[in-house]
Design a binder for this molecule. Structure first.
Ligand code: DX5
Ligand code: ZN
Length: 216
């Protein structure tokens, strides 16, 4: 099943509720929540209190993308404020196994993200140990960047690994996705599509429906 997970990094922060209503009306099932610490990435976004507020206005699945150093320290608090899935970066965890175990212990889904410069082989051993692998198609830190085509081959490689050992693995792609390149990443094997500027720039419902029509 293909899923669209709009990145709230591009939401109108002056009126999150209106944008959330538009997402829900359009039939969006996942929300992608980008948490940045100004340390792992050169930008600061939002943290648990904002997620807690958004949790009060929608019951959709919260896919929380942690771009923070040593996320193991915050797994419990993100679960508490409403995360349904917690994705951590390969590059940000000193003890990745312990971090994934901490997420599982909270009873939420596990995601593992890989930045563009990390060899894809780094996540091979985790294909059968997590619910989702997130292939970054930009350097993490900012919305509105240009899609890096190298992500396509990386998705194909992960998909190939997953076919045998974890056919249910979700493969997410994040960064610079728009209506012109979404078909390429789906064809490569991604099934969870993150899009920020392409969803929130302009009319949300129109944009979501345009994505859905390409994602059938
Ligand atoms: C980048 C974030 C992305 C990003 C997506 O670090 O993880 O989720 O905001 O935004 P667009 O679709 O505008 O590239
Ligand atoms: Zn993200």
């Amino acid at each position: 099943m293909n899923i669209l997970s709009p990145s709230l990094l591009s939401v109108n922060f002056n009126n999150i509720e209106a944008d959330a209503k538009a997402l829900d009306m359009a039939g969006v099932e996942w929300y992608h929540l980008d948490v940045m610490d100004g340390n792992f990435v050169p930008n600061i976004s939002f943290g648990p209190p904002v997620i807690e507020c958004i949790r009060k206005i929608t019951d959709r699945f919260f896919d929380v993308h942690l771009m923070i150093e040593e996320p193991i320290r915050y797994v419990e608090v993100f679960k508490k404020v409403g995360a349904d899935m917690i994705t951590v970066h390969y590059e940000a965890c000193e003890d990745l196994d312990a971090t994934l175990a901490a997420i599982k212990k909270q009873g939420v889904k596990t995601g593992l993200a890989i930045s563009p410069d990390t060899p894809v082989e780094a996540v091979k051993d985790y294909v059968d140990k997590v619910d989702m692998i997130l292939v970054m198609s930009v350097y993490p830190g900012f919305g509105g960047q240009k899609f890096m085509p190298l992500a396509v081959e990386r998705i194909k490689t992960i998909k190939k690994w997953a076919v045998d050992c974890n056919p249910k693995l979700n493969i997410q792609v994040d960064g610079g996705i728009n209506l012109d390149n979404v078909s390429d990443v789906l064809e490569a094997g991604a099934n969870v599509i993150v899009a920020g500027s392409a969803v929130f720039g302009g009319d949300i419902e129109t944009n979501v429906k345009a994505f859905f029509s390409k994602m059938k």
